[in-house]
Design a protein around this ligand. Structure first.
Ligand SMILES: NC(=O)c1ccc[n+]([C@@H]2O[C@H](COP(=O)([O-])OP(=O)(O)OC[C@H]3O[C@@H](n4cnc5c(N)ncnc54)[C@H](OP(=O)(O)O)[C@@H]3O)[C@@H](O)[C@H]2O)c1
Length: 235
């Protein structure tokens, strides 16, 4: 039996990933920072709710205790993420971004990944086949963002791509440190969710595909990589 924790799984790509992995036979801990939103989502899917705010040490420590008491963890999916937007929904560009805005985005997207991974490492180390999936973005790719005449090049935001590029580096460094684990970063593709006010052109079913694929890699699968549904992405 495989036990999987997905952060930020009360909606969007995390919720769809939970649905798919439960269908594949995983026991899924559905992470949600809000107990009521999480309870509703977990009930719909037959998942176990774990209240978990990735920006809060105490919340993450309590979640680790809950999952440990439930029998341990095999797969960790660091999915919770935010994108800094103005109140009217616009992307915050280079002229407007401040250190405080960057810090807020990094607190969730980067420090959240490290906080959760660090807390769950002892459990993952006890698994026979530990797997970590870090939900990154195509906007993490320096290669893509600097290639003119592409949608990635046209994206004006600073904080979100910088945070996801850091997630990629964190992924590589963890993968080297823990060769017994499969640790990869994934780009789901531009997917209609609350994150982008549903402007994405993919469905959550399409977006979750690569997350599910990398969550179910075997011990001979890749590690330290950065993938979308087509294959390896350029850093
Ligand atoms: N959608 C895309 O086009 C796209 C493309 C590339 C990568 N991604 C990445 O995919 C991941 C999932 O995003 P999504 O598109 O599914 O967005 P979403 O529908 O907005 O879902 C984001 C999830 O993260 C949770 N979250 C935010 N801050 C949190 C915190 N401090 N602690 C715990 N949970 C927190 C949200 O919880 P609440 O409901 O409580 O806010 C929600 O469950 C993110 O990492 C995002 O960067 C998305």
């Amino acid at each position: 039996m495989t036990t999987t924790l997905i952060t930020g799984a009360n909606k969007g790509l995390g919720f769809e990933t939970a649905r798919r992995l439960i269908a594949a036979g995983h026991t899924v801990y559905l992470g949600s920072r809000d107990a009521e939103r999480g309870r509703r989502a977990a009930e719909r899917l037959g998942a176990r709710l774990v209240v978990l705010d990735v920006t809060d040490d105490a919340s993450v420590a309590a979640a680790a205790k809950t999952v440990e008491a439930g029998g341990g963890l095999d797969v960790l999916i660091n999915n919770a993420g935010i994108e800094a937007r103005t109140p009217d929904g616009g992307v915050i560009g280079a002229a407007e971004v401040t250190a405080d805005m960057m810090r807020q985005v990094f607190e969730t997207n980067v420090f959240g990944v490290v906080r959760v991974t660090h807390a769950f490492l002892p459990l993952l180390r006890r698994s026979a086949a530990p797997v970590v999936v870090n939900v990154s973005s195509g906007l993490a790719s320096l290669d893509r963002v600097s290639t003119p005449d592409t949608p990635m090049h046209a994206y004006p935001g600073v904080a979100y791509p910088a945070s996801k590029a850091t997630v990629n580096m964190v992924t590589v460094q963890y993968a080297k440190a823990f060769p017994e684990m499969r640790i990869n970063a994934v780009e789901p593709g531009y997917t209609a969710t609350d994150l982008n006010a549903h402007t994405g052109h993919q469905t959550v079913e399409e977006g979750a595909e690569i997350i599910v694929r990398m969550a179910t890699v075997g011990p001979d699968g890749p590690t330290g990589g950065y993938f979308d549904i087509e294959g390896t992405l350029p850093w």
